[in-house]
Design a protein around this ligand. Structure first.
Ligand code: TYD
Length: 208
């Protein structure tokens, strides 16, 4: 766990609106003069951004599920060493768009049952969880429509379709239950301002 800073992650299915909410929280904290860094996964450091291109662009089937898990974990390790850990040690608020819970879901669930390997690798190589994880819960049909409408080169996981989105949503809700003390589940179907208010209510008690 973080020593001095505050480590916040946002999770949710593709198109849940979590990136927008992460940005709104960042703006609000900055306006209150908090020292904030906003980052994302996969990526968030130069090396991890290089790995991001490997996992999210090109033919996804060139990686086995296990290799993909190693790549995401390698990216996270670099991100942790170069970006997250130094910021937390300096007492900053770190807002991370996706973290290890995404690996528990996407690699742990989608291409076979790799959850045990995900957890072992996490314990071995990462060993830190966010202080607070905001799960933006969203109806998959709406989420998928939103994700598709963005039309980026990074289609990798968004192409999985609706059945997987449903499994992901349920998976994230189970994860929230498994890690009750750090997860806050927020209804993403509300107007963005209301979602942002719920996020604020979940985060503000943790601020120094
Ligand atoms: P991204 O392009 O940042 O979009 P979104 O706004 O949906 O988060 O998402 C990156 C994709 O990578 C997303 O489909 C989830 C996936 N992912 C994993 O499969 N494993 C991971 O560990 C992480 C962090 C992301």
């Amino acid at each position: 766990m973080s020593q001095t800073g505050l480590f916040i992650s946002f999770e949710g299915i593709d198109g849940s609106g979590k990136s927008t909410q992460a940005r709104l929280l960042e703006d609000r904290l900055r306006a209150l003069n908090h020292d904030v860094i906003a980052t994302r996964e996969p990526g968030g450091s130069p090396g991890a951004e290089e790995i991001r291109a490997l996992v999210l662009q090109g033919d996804p089937d060139r990686w086995s599920a296990e290799t993909e898990l190693l790549l995401f974990t390698a990216a996270r390790r670099d991100h942790l060493e170069r970006t997250i850990r130094p910021a937390l040690d300096a007492g900053k608020v770190v807002i991370c768009d996706r973290f290890a819970d995404s690996t528990r879901m996407y690699q742990g669930l989608s291409r076979g049952d790799l959850r045990a390997q995900v957890d072992k690798l996490h314990a071995l190589m990462i060993g830190i969880e966010p202080d607070v994880t905001i799960l933006i819960d969203m109806d998959p049909e709406t989420g998928l429509r939103r994700a598709k409408s963005r039309n980026t080169v990074e289609e990798r996981f968004e192409d999985f379709g609706q059945d997987l989105q449903v499994a992901m949503r349920n998976g994230f809700l189970s994860l929230a239950d498994e890690f009750k003390d750090r997860f806050r589940v927020i209804d993403g179907a509300q107007p963005p301002d209301s979602v942002a208010e719920d996020v604020w209510a979940a985060i503000s008690p943790h601020l120094k």
